[in-house]
Design a protein around this ligand. Structure first.
Ligand SMILES: [Ca+2]
Length: 434
């Protein structure tokens, strides 16, 4: 490996970037700070580097020396949307907008993380409601606050709204799930109750995960994080803790009976999969019906995974990333399958800091059908992923010039792609002329 002069340049650049972030009170420090160890930055041969730069959507050099387990596992060829797309900022001036759901045609429920508010946004006229009363008390330090929102599949009758949030409990904080009934006048959530807490509590304010999605039986998948610190991250591997997991529960917060560890007395019954770092994106692939997630890696090593019950995805034993200090994780074991873990279908090196995601399950923009769209925080853009079968065959970066941290994505019934940002904007992308 030849060390090249840009590594020092990149180090200085990243340091300045970090100082800027710190000055802005950036809250995602553990996911987005870069290394201060330029020795960790290595480069493949110049020939390979330039070849990659021409073919891949990723233009930055790798930060690790790891090789993918299979060729399509990283740096897919760059693709470009040919359909003419209109991009509109429907709303601006909100706070950190973390989660959303289209609960009625062109009407969204949107969470405000730090203010712990739930708002209704009308996509047609940009109107924003007053905060809905009855939302829970949260811990809004660092990455905590009011997180995701979803509505029950039978919302039209039940009016049930589910939310995730960082909750103060004895011994620290947890990722919690609660539900309430949206009043007919849409002014309040009634009878709000906590149905699930991802125990154990931990004295920390990072890596809550927090996405929720309903399955076809009306049960919930909840994603969590491993709370980031050295002392908590091993809990991702342990089946007596809900940290670093995909969790499968009923609308009352009970484990789903078919869960993989129900028969295992030492394991928590709600666990569906484990060995995750921090998952903020989950959706069904409409082409296959499989459940996909995206999770933050450390420095590099963000992963796309297909979730199957009982599987172990390897964190923190294996990773295609490295520590922010530049140190290797577990002596630098990257290959998952060789160690008995599930290989990610795809990984990013360097990081894209992936948050919420949605498959484009619509035919309004035919070339986007079944593509995956992921909000990236740093660098800030939307990642479009083209998938054939289970293989990533193309990648595109959208809205790269907006300077917004894209926190969550959804596709409306009309086929518009909606993105919300930490900067309090709601973007709408649709086919031109529609
Ligand atoms: Ca993994």
């Amino acid at each position: 490996m030849t060390k090249v002069s840009w590594s020092r340049f990149m180090f200085v650049t990243m340091l300045l970037f970090l100082l800027t972030l710190a000055a802005c009170g950036n809250d995602e420090a553990s996911d987005e700070k870069s290394t201060d160890d330029s020795d960790a930055v290595t480069e493949e041969s110049a020939e390979e580097g330039s070849k990659e730069a021409n073919e891949s959507a990723e233009t930055e050099p790798k930060v690790t020396e790891f090789e993918p387990a299979f060729p399509e596992q990283t740096r897919a060829p760059a693709v470009e949307t040919e359909t003419e797309i209109d991009t509109e900022v429907v709303v601006e001036g909100l706070g950190v907008s973390w989660g959303m759901v289209e609960f009625e045609p062109n009407r969204l429920l949107v969470t405000q993380r730090d203010a712990a508010e739930l708002l209704i946004v009308n996509l047609e006229d940009g109107a924003v409601s007053d905060p809905i009363k009855g939302t829970p008390e949260v811990n809004n330090e660092d990455q905590g606050g009011l997180l995701d929102v979803a509505v029950a599949p039978d919302f039209d009758e039940s009016r049930l709204v589910f939310m995730t949030f960082a909750q103060d409990v004895e011994g620290g904080t947890v990722t919690a799930v609660g539900k309430g009934v949206l009043s007919e006048d849409e002014a309040s959530l009634e009878d709000f109750e906590v149905i699930f807490q991802a125990t154990p509590a931990y004295k920390g304010t990072l890596h809550y995960g927090g996405r929720i999605i309903f399955d076809e039986d009306g049960n919930l998948f909840l994603t969590t994080g491993e709370r980031s610190d050295d002392e908590s991250r091993d809990r991702a591997q342990e089946l007596d803790a809900y940290l670093g997991k995909v969790i499968h529960i009923t609308q009352d917060g009970e484990p789903v009976e078919s869960n993989p560890f129900v028969e295992d007395e030492k394991a928590l019954d709600g666990i569906y999969s484990y060995g995750h770092r921090n998952i903020q994106g989950i959706d069904y692939n409409p082409a296959t019906g499989d459940l996909w997630i995206v999770e933050f890696g450390p420095q590099a090593g963000d992963e796309l995974n297909i979730i199957e019950p009982g599987n172990n995805y390897g964190w923190p034993i294996v990773s295609y990333g490295i520590e922010y200090t530049g140190e290797l994780i577990n002596d630098g074991v990257s290959e998952h399958e060789a160690q008995g873990f599930i290989e990610p279908r795809y990984y990013w090196d360097p990081t894209s800091a992936p948050s919420g995601m949605a498959f484009y399950d619509n035919d309004a923009i035919p070339e986007w059908e079944n593509n995956l769209f992921i909000g990236a925080l740093a660098p800030s853009y939307i990642v479009r992923v083209v998938i054939e079968g289970d293989t990533i065959v193309g990648e595109e970066r959208l809205l790269t010039d907006e300077g917004e941290r894209f926190r969550d994505i959804l596709v409306t019934e009309d086929g518009a792609l909606i993105a919300i940002t930490d900067g309090g904007k709601v973007y709408k992308m649709s086919a031109a002329g529609e």
